[in-house]
Design a binder for this molecule. Structure first.
Ligand code: HEC
Length: 170
């Protein structure tokens, strides 16, 4: 049995090198493709964000309107950086106006944004204004729209909280 050991060991050493070499060769290619896809989404997202900037501001801080703001800040927003399905729902359906905290209204914008545009604007707000969160693709958006299809009309804050809590438990 002892004679078998060196053979096994050298075999596994070769395997280790083969795996290492393969991962060394593949890793830069994969991350380069990811970086390029993200850069493209960010660029398109910045352009699509013009729709949001009127209320949320180019700096994402919320445009000041006298003592109030048009809309809340998107930097450090739990909704912007949290479960992307909830963010997609908020942008798609809008938020029910229950208070006078903000002068503006979060209108349903889903119909105005195709899957690519919604994915890019989501990626942009998730990775701007100090935010860092996952990239969202058009394929993801398709899934979120389908999953959210039963929820009609602007969502209430209570509904948003409920969905976020459910997502955290997943
Ligand atoms: C006409 C003004 C207006 C525009 C345009 C607008 N929003 Fe909003 N948005 C609001 C207001 C007002 C709220 C707060 C709603 C409330 O609580 O009543 C809000 C809330 C949000 C929130 C929830 C933030 C939080 O943490 O509470 C997100 C995320 C958001 N908007 C994203 C967007 C994105 C992305 C766009 C562009 C595609 C956009 N909004 C366009 C006015 C606007």
């Amino acid at each position: 049995m002892t004679t078998l050991r060196p053979t096994l060991n050298s075999h596994s050493t070769i395997m280790k090198y083969a795996i290492l070499l393969t991962s060394l060769l593949l890793t830069p290619a994969i991350s380069f493709a990811d970086d390029a896809a993200k850069a493209k989404l960010m660029e398109a997202g910045k352009a699509a964000y013009m729709t949001c900037a009127a209320c949320h501001g180019m700096d994402g801080a919320g445009v000041a309107a006298g003592p109030k703001k048009m809309a809340p800040a998107l930097g450090a927003s739990k909704i912007a950086t949290g479960d992307p399905a909830v963010l997609a729902l908020v942008i798609h359906n809008g938020i029910a106006k229950e208070t006078q905290d903000y002068l503006g209204m979060m209108a349903p914008l889903g119909a105005a944004l195709d899957d690519e545009k919604l994915a890019s604007v989501m990626t942009y707000v998730r990775n701007s204004f100090g935010n860092t969160a996952s990239v969202v693709t058009a394929e993801d958006v398709k899934k979120y729209r389908a999953a959210n299809a039963t929820i009609t009309g602007p969502v209430t804050r209570a509904k948003i909280d409920e969905l976020e809590k459910a997502a955290e438990k997943k």
